[in-house]
Design a protein around this ligand. Structure first.
Ligand SMILES: *[C@@H]1O[C@H](CO)[C@@H](O)[C@H](O)[C@H]1NC(C)=O
Ligand SMILES: *[C@@H]1O[C@H](CO)[C@@H](O)[C@H](O)[C@H]1NC(C)=O
Length: 429
């Protein structure tokens, strides 16, 4: 039965991926029909001005030696160097995002926008004296990584070339441990990269791949040293039931071959008055509280302060949280509210726990990489819902059934509807 379910979801996922481009076109057409074209135009102009918004201002981090935004081996990279590097953290964004999301505005990186979760991961890395190297795929229309046929991936040799060039510089990288963290499409890339390139640890956030694509390097050597598939840290979101299933399959396959794996589930969480200011260092408490009250006033939060609808929803009947915030929170003027560039949108997605980067567990991830071992118990999930709470639009979660996505109960039709955002949210995957 479970096998049939997996095969079914496998088919659905494959179809969704192949339908993405078509769906984006349909969504754009639909948007134009419903008069969204003006909104889209505004979105474009807002994106263009994003790099100058005040949300990108941050205080200087004393750990940082230098920020570089440059082309290395033909790839746009953002490199944040620490003073005495002990390792390099390679970070790979999801589709439609950019390497400039991983550090805040700096005279050396004027288009850097420093999204909150990316920044928190980067800071956790720097706190350990790991340099942060943000990369981007070759394909720049949707900015998704080439992972469909791992041994033919155009991105694997590109990443290897960047690392080679950086190791040739006097940064002291030769011999240092290298870790790779990817989100969504970037998570698939981390899993693929580890098959062709020696890494000391990887993390895939919110992405599993077909287990048949996970060909473990057998007795491979690089510069005379053998390497194994590295310890792998998976993070998945409770509402993303199908992806949780893929991640479980990947984890089982890796574990059966002796690879150390850790899995963490991220639950929906409530919005609090300081939720936004706690995670966006340039946002003040009063503005954060105003966002909370505006959402509450517009009935976008339930009695437990959980979001009632997916903030990525693009259907006309969806709540217009952007409009609500624009009209009610003057303190947000100049802060992007648009897909893929908005710190607020990212945090709403995180609270919803459907498909978004998350910085919680960054310390657990580094600790696991540095001292990997077999791990049966999952980490306690962070999130705000109790044992019997219902997850609207997703499934229900009950304590006795455990915390893994594969045991989530729910109405398949609603779950299927929920899957839709992967397709609709191609801009956000
Ligand atoms: C793995 O490689 C080592 C030397 O590189 C060799 O001695 C050993 O026989 C190989 N093992 C397998 C299973 O191929
Ligand atoms: C903002 O809220 C946080 C709690 O989240 C508190 O620690 C901090 O002192 C507050 N800052 C100001 C300026 O009131």
């Amino acid at each position: 039965m479970a096998g049939a379910g997996r095969a079914y979801w496998g088919m659905v996922l494959t179809k969704i991926v192949s339908l993405c481009f078509l769906t984006s076109a349909v969504v754009i057409f639909f948007n134009v029909l419903t008069g969204r074209h003006q909104e889209l135009a505004d979105e474009v102009s807002s994106v263009l001005h994003q790099s100058f918004t005040r949300s990108t201002y941050e205080v200087h981090d004393p750990k940082v030696l230098e920020v570089r935004h440059e082309e290395v081996a033909g790839m746009e990279v953002v490199l944040v160097r620490s003073k005495d590097p002990r390792g390099v953290l390679i970070v790979m964004h999801g589709c439609m995002r950019r390497p400039t999301d991983w550090w805040h505005y700096d005279p050396a990186c004027v288009t850097c926008i420093g999204l909150p979760e990316e920044m928190a991961i980067a800071r956790a890395a720097l706190a350990r004296s790991f340099d942060v190297l943000a990369l981007t795929p070759k394909e720049q229309a949707y900015r998704c990584w080439d992972t469909e046929w791992p041994d033919k991936s155009e991105d694997v040799p590109r990443v290897a070339a960047v690392l080679e060039e950086l190791e040739a510089r006097d940064y002291g990288y030769r011999g240092l441990p290298r870790y790779a963290l990817g989100v969504s499409s970037g998570g698939a890339m981390a899993m693929v990269l580890a098959q062709f390139f020696p890494l000391q640890g990887i993390c895939s956030q919110i992405m599993g791949i077909r287990p048949s694509l996970l060909a473990l390097p057998k007795n491979k050597t690089m510069a005379g040293r053998p390497w194994r598939y590295p310890p792998t840290f998976f993070l998945y979101m409770a509402r993303d039931v199908a992806m949780s299933e893929w991640i479980s399959l990947d984890a089982d396959k890796l574990k059966s071959q002796g690879v150390y794996v850790k899995k963490v589930s991220v639950l929906p969480r409530p919005i609090t008055p300081t939720y936004f200011s706690d995670r966006i260092s340039s946002l003040d408490n009063a503005t954060s509280a105003a966002i909370y009250h505006a959402l509450q006033g517009a009935h976008m939060l339930d009695l437990q302060d959980m979001l009632v609808q997916d903030p990525r929803q693009v259907m006309p009947s969806a709540p217009r949280w952007r409009q609500v915030l624009q009209e009610n929170v003057p303190g947000l003027r100049g802060v992007s509210l648009e897909s893929e560039t908005s710190p607020i949108h990212e945090l709403l997605n995180l609270a919803w726990a459907g498909h978004e980067i998350v910085s919680d567990y960054a310390d657990d991830m580094f600790a696991f990489w540095e001292r990997p071992g077999p791990d049966e118990a999952e980490l306690m999930p962070i999130g705000g819902i109790g044992a019997s709470s219902k997850m609207r639009g997703g499934g229900s979660w009950t304590e006795d059934k455990g915390l893994t996505g594969r045991r989530l109960q729910g109405d398949p039709l609603r779950l299927q509807g929920h899957r839709g955002w992967i397709a609709l949210g191609m801009r956000s995957a």
